[in-house]
Ligand binder design. Structure first.
Ligand code: OOB
Length: 538
């Protein structure tokens, strides 16, 4: 079944095949090929679990067999919400092997996001952890089952009333051959950072995604001898494919999962597993650099630190080698596709001062002024892109598609970028209205809507404010109803109780008397955000 989505024009698709980017191989076939090539080598280390490539395939086959025996049909969606545990990769690979589509949720997601993801993807099954970072997922899973008519089963990595233990999937016979699906069809759905009220779903195909991480592996210097530490939440595109665990597995390297990105969890793993590569968002890179000065753990195996998800300042970038003793690789990517890397042999000035250049010679870059005309050489503009692994449309979102894609199928990233000689991109800012909070994208509009739901709130405007540690933090300007009273902690607690990921709760709340609506029309939220930010934080 081909999941409905707009796709690449036939002539381009053909040229991507002719050039060897698209290999017409499915994830299931890819996994079999890995087991054939690297069978007895270590594929995965997570906690006490160590799996070879052969064992990883067997695990995936067991899970795939169980899922299909439960009545799921090829092409149906499975919501996966797991931390970086030993289960994550076997489950995701099992879902893919069965020809089902994983829908990736973050462990931080709560009722709102989970219901939105499950309903938006019409997920039939949900695989969830029992506990992570003190949160009990069982009530969340029971609620999803109650509220989502398409959802028939929730599997829990443990035991809880009303939910099926994940281990039960092993009762069925393993699936011995990967499901036959079209390699040009959608393989999985990922959540977008998004600037609109609710995150959109990003459909990635087998062909485009496998190309993106297989082409990334050599750019990042991964070989069979490498060991990649996954410190960021595994459901994010960055740790998944830039080069990510998929890129590492594609060359026979070892993937090591950490449940936490904190230095005290990761540094011992680096020493014990002789980690050569890892990827971090800028705030974590800062934290690691600070902690490295005092650590007793041996970090000498580290060769490459990838940093991306948000802008890494040149000052911080320059400190990577002196503090961590490894090369820096800047990574500027997006779940929608395009990924740029500085190259490992680039001069220092490029590595520190740019966000890299695209993976593919066929990634097309178009920088436009606000009026839609192309910029002059060297002038900054809004980055638009298309290519062999950049989506042509969001999943079932005609209205969002009209805004996010322009003629010729270019995706409007919303990033303001300057193009340097050699095709290197320098990210200078952003046109869209979201907060890039330590790499997590938070939609201003989504949070404004939650604030407006409080009875004491007359109006609210959420803006991104520069933050020394987070890169950006969220600040909510709130106008209260006449005579109403509420304190910031109570308002934050109200937002949290609405069932959203904790990283979306405003970091700061500023009460103001009125929104200045004289200069701009009341409905122009974007101008209002800019005006308030200018007045309070310039
Ligand atoms: C990654 O993916 P998303 O989808 O969470 O966010 C994409 C957005 C970009 O449009 C840009 O605004 C920002 O995140 N971003 C950066 C950046 N890397 C991402 N801004 C400045 N400098 C960078 N290095 O964040 C993502 C996906 C794959 C690889 C790496 C990051």
């Amino acid at each position: 079944m081909r999941t409905p989505t707009q796709t690449w024009p036939d002539d381009l698709a053909q040229s991507y095949r002719d050039k060897g980017y698209w290999k017409d191989e499915t994830f299931g076939e890819w996994l079999e090929r890995l087991a054939r090539s690297f069978g007895p080598r270590t594929a995965l280390v997570a906690g006490d679990t160590r799996l070879t490539y052969d064992e990883l395939l067997a695990e995936a086959q067991a899970i795939a067999g169980g899922l299909l025996a439960s009545g799921l049909n090829t092409g149906e969606r499975v919501l996966v919400q797991l931390p970086n545990s030993a289960r994550f990769l076997p489950v995701v690979l099992g879902v893919l092997y069965a020809g089902l589509l994983p829908v990736y949720a973050l462990p931080a997601h709560r009722e709102r996001e989970i219901l939105h993801l499950a309903q938006g993807s019409q997920a039939r099954a949900y695989v969830v952890a029992a506990r992570h970072e003190g949160f009990d997922y069982a009530p969340l899973a029971r609620q999803a089952l109650a509220d989502c008519p398409d959802l028939v089963t929730a599997y829990i990595d443990g035991e809880a009333e009303g939910l099926v233990p994940l281990s039960r999937l092993r009762d069925a016979a393993p699936l011995r051959a990967p499901a036959q699906v079209d390699p040009a069809s959608v393989a999985f759905l990922q959540i977008s950072g998004g600037t609109t009220g609710f995150p959109k779903l990003i459909p990635r195909t087998h062909n485009d995604y496998i190309y993106s991480f297989e082409a990334s592996a050599p750019i990042c210097g991964l070989t069979q001898e490498s060991a990649l530490l996954i410190a960021l939440p595994a459901a994010h595109n960055f740790p998944m494919s830039s080069p990510g665990y998929f890129g590492a597995l594609s060359v026979g390297a070892k993937v090591v999962m950490s449940l936490s990105p904190a230095p005290d969890a990761c540094f011992p793993l680096i020493g014990a597993e002789r980690i050569t590569h890892t990827g971090l968002v800028p705030p974590l890179a800062l934290l690691w650099m600070q902690a490295a000065a005092k650590t007793k753990h041996d970090l000498s195996s580290l060769e490459v630190l990838g940093v991306g998800g948000a802008k890494f300042t040149p000052e911080a970038a320059a400190r990577v080698r002196p503090t961590l003793g490894c090369k820096l690789q800047q990574v500027f990517g997006m779940g929608e596709g395009l990924v740029n890397y500085t190259r490992l042999d680039d001069p220092e000035e490029i590595v520190i001062g740019t966000q890299g250049r695209p993976i593919s010679p066929d990634d097309e870059i178009l920088l436009l002024r606000e009026d839609g005309t192309p910029v002059a050489e060297g002038e900054p503009g809004v980055l638009h892109t298309r290519g062999p692994y950049t989506i042509r449309a969001y999943y079932n979102a005609p209205e969002a598609n009209r805004r996010a894609f322009i003629e010729g199928g270019y995706y409007c990233t919303g990033d303001i970028v300057r193009l340097r000689p050699g095709g290197y991109l320098e990210v200078q800012g952003r046109a869209g209205d979201h907060i890039n909070r330590a790499g997590e994208k938070v939609s201003a509009e989504e949070i404004e809507d939650h604030l407006l739901a409080h009875e004491a709130v007359f109006d609210a405007v959420v803006v991104a404010v520069e933050d020394r540690f987070l890169g950006e933090r969220s600040c909510a300007f709130v106008v209260l109803e006449d005579g109403a009273e509420v304190k910031p902690p109570a308002l934050k607690a109200f937002i949290r109780a609405r069932g959203i990921a904790a990283f979306k709760v405003p970091d700061q709340i500023v009460f103001i008397d009125a929104l200045e609506t004289t200069a701009v029309g009341k409905t122009d939220r974007r101008k209002l955000r800019a005006q308030l930010k200018e007045k309070h934080f310039a």
